[in-house]
Design a protein around this ligand. Sequence first.
Ligand SMILES: Nc1nc2c(ncn2[C@@H]2O[C@@H]3COP(=O)(O)O[C@H]3[C@H]2O)c(=O)[nH]1
Ligand SMILES: [Zn+2]
Length: 344
Amino acid sequence: EEVRQYLKTPTFDNWQWEDAEIMVLLQVMYTDLDFIATFNIESDVLQRFLFEVYRRYNNIPFHNFKHCFCVTQMMYGLIWLTDLRSRMDSIDLLIMLTSAVCHDLDHTGYNNAYQINARTELALRYNDISPLENHHCAVAFEILEKTESNIFRNLSMDQYKRIREGIIKCILATDMTRHNDILNKFKSLLPAFDFTNKDHKDVLMMILIKVSDISNEARPMEVAEPWLDCLLQEFYNQSDVEKLEGLPVTPFMDRDKVTKPSSQTGFIRFVLLPLFIELANLFPCLEVIPVNSIQKMEKALEREKQNRAQSENGAKSKETTVGTQSTAESHAEAGPDTSKPDTQ
Ligand SMILES: Nc1nc2c(ncn2[C@@H]2O[C@@H]3COP(=O)(O)O[C@H]3[C@H]2O)c(=O)[nH]1
Ligand SMILES: [Zn+2]
């Protein structure tokens, strides 16, 4: 019972749990949101589904099954924290939770820029248009196509159609090249946000999965820190391969340019905080926990950065600043960069 309550909070620590336990925690989320009862999901089908999901996350530093869990758990926490159950249909909540579960399926550890530059199978298949996100989503529906792992198998055709449309929208929204577009759309709706308007709800659902996806830094420091190491490990690995293969090197992944604090402060300031702040405009209760802890984290990182800059020579600290800027811009795709896919 204690864990059940703790699971509803954004301070939950994923590092304490084995994958088998995480699978049980995911089942608890489906149960406690009443999805099992409302949508008549059989427990063996849910288990099969989660096992297939588990199998199709790769053993890579960051975009692995534990990341899937963290994103899902943050989504779950946000649903409780903002009392979303009183404002949205349970089918919308089912879409959001399941999208989070599936949102990085079969991620290979190399981002879209790499897929496109290296002309991988995925880039060819999806014509350079969000190759990864399209793939994550396609794998999700591959799993759901099998009766034994189709948690939606007892729903009507219409309900299934609505869920499929919703999941596709949510997963495709996690492509960071669309970050500014989605955030601006949300901002424009905020003054007259209407929970009964489907278009408004769609944008909110996209924002919620995006927030959950990049929310590591909204967690307590001891939970967030190791995630940053995992992310940088994956980034460095990609840039090493890019160098080896003679491909353009993604600047915010270059181990010669990026350090832990430089990567983080830019990301928090220009990507994470603005997103959280807009969401907190709609749900003022969010100001208390996540926004505060992000600000705390940012201050700590800023201090660390300054310490480093002081102890290193001037040239090195200049390099760090460059890293900060490029991180924020690349992640948020802030500039009018038309070379990046920006569709759907
Ligand atoms: N620097 C930094 N980038 C992050 C962090 N969390 C998520 N991201 C980036 O945001 C992206 C979200 O989509 P992806 O999972 O493709 O890849 C993720 C990372 O590139 C973080 O804590 N720090
Ligand atoms: Zn993700």
